[in-house]
Design a protein around this ligand. Structure first.
Ligand SMILES: [Fe+2]
Ligand SMILES: [Fe+2]
Length: 189
């Protein structure tokens, strides 16, 4: 979400355009962050997951361009501050935590925060598109929403199946695990 004045957004249509522009900025930032995260992980499965989602992210950007076209919008040049913060946290993990399973557990946690931000954003966009009478845009945005949800699930699975067990072996104090039926990780000590 960028800083804007009351004058910039007066109608729900303008709010929709703002939200579209904001998530476009978020996705753009991820095309820079995901390759860094891929290089920073010790897990080949996690690296592959980041690569797959990087490719999906390029597709999501194209989809946003198409949505803007369908709606007759020109996307605004805004910077998503929330994604800037989430990406910065990922950078800090890479800079401050040793290469290995504990860093990987933290990278998964950071990536899941990103996915949850995107899920919230696309969920809103789908509903706005429907309400504003852009059914084709709503369908396209829902495709991206599903990709974000399934990425979150895959990250959860990776945490369950390999990364967190390895992290437990390395450092029980810093280890994290996923509880049954939960969609997010919990840190134990
Ligand atoms: Fe995305
Ligand atoms: Fe995503």
């Amino acid at each position: 979400m960028s800083i804007f004045t009351k004058r910039d957004i007066k109608t729900i249509n303008e709010a929709f355009l703002h939200e579209l522009s904001d998530i476009y900025s978020a996705e753009k930032q991820l095309t820079v962050a995901l390759p860094k995260m891929r290089k920073a992980t010790a897990s080949s499965a996690l690296a592959e997951g980041f690569e797959v989602h990087l490719q999906e992210t390029f597709g999501q950007l194209e989809r946003l361009d198409q949505v803007a076209k369908i709606c007759g919008f020109e996307l605004k040049d805004v910077k998503c501050k929330a994604m800037q913060g989430l990406v910065k946290e990922g950078d800090e993990i890479i800079a401050e935590i040793e290469f290995g399973a504990v860093r990987d557990a933290m990278l998964i946690a950071a990536a899941q925060k990103v996915e949850h931000y995107e899920i919230a954003s696309y969920g809103t966009l789908v509903e706005m598109a429907k309400k504003l009478g852009y059914p084709d845009a709503a369908i396209m945005l829902a495709v991206t929403l599903d990709e974000e949800k399934s990425t979150d699930e895959k990250l959860n699975e990776l945490a369950l199946t390999e990364v967190n067990d390895a992290a437990m072996g390395v450092s029980p104090v810093a280890a994290s695990f996923v509880t049954e039926g939960s969609t997010s990780q919990h840190i134990v000590n």
